[in-house]
Design a protein around this ligand. Structure first.
Ligand code: GRF
Length: 202
């Protein structure tokens, strides 16, 4: 399975993918794109010998134009799966439709709680005792697509943000590669006519 990754930031999730699944079980990361030309994620990909590209809105006329350029770039590389690993732009409906059923995202909360930006801050502010990580298919809404995997993370009693962030990120680094492995093995399917994702046993 040829995998494309989009990332805007430091790229620790990308690194977990490169270290954990790239080159194993027929999984190859073949393209890493970003909206930020200076994203450390691109350096990590280049270091791993993966092709990279930056797509900025100033290069292209608008978001739809940028997203169409990203989609063309990924399709030319024949990716079977696109992973959003800290990609901080909302993708346009046209992009989501082109990759429907093969576009996934990692989110630092137990969806449908705390979608959108600063999910960890939202959880702390709400006073929940348990939050977590979700890997889900992307649909046209914000963090609203069918849920593939979730893992809970307890909020520390002292509500220390840094400690919670560290545990959530470490959990993401396990869960996202796990979801990619399951998809590559053909074990993940959305039940027809529903939003329920079935995971076949190994
Ligand atoms: C992760 O927490 C991810 O869930 C969120 O953005 C962060 C990206 O971190 N969407 P990194 O760039 O993978 O280190």
């Amino acid at each position: 399975m040829r995998v494309g990754v989009l990332a805007s930031g430091t790229g620790t999730n990308l690194q977990a993918i490169l270290d954990g699944v790239h080159g194993h079980d027929g999984i190859e990361v073949v393209a890493v794109g970003s909206d930020k030309p200076d994203a450390p994620a691109l350096d990590r990909a280049a270091h791993a010998g993966v092709e990279i590209a930056a797509f900025t809105t100033s290069d292209l006329r608008d978001r739809e134009g940028r997203d169409a350029a990203i989609a063309d770039w990924l399709e030319r590389r024949e990716v079977g799966l696109v992973v959003l690993a800290g990609y901080m732009q909302l993708l346009s409906p046209g992009f989501v439709r082109r990759f429907s059923g093969r576009l996934i995202n990692v989110h630092p909360a137990l969806l449908p709680s705390f979608p959108g930006l600063d999910a960890i801050g939202q959880a702390l502010e709400h006073g929940v005792k348990i939050t977590g990580v979700t890997v889900h298919f992307v649909d046209e809404g914000v963090d609203s697509g069918p849920i593939i995997l979730q893992r809970p993370v307890p909020v520390p009693p002292d509500r220390d943000r840094e400690a919670l962030e560290a545990t959530i990120h470490a959990t993401e680094h396990v869960l996202l590669p796990e979801a990619i492995r399951m998809i590559a093995a053909g074990r993940v399917a959305v039940e027809p006519g529903s939003r329920v994702v079935r995971i076949a046993p190994e």
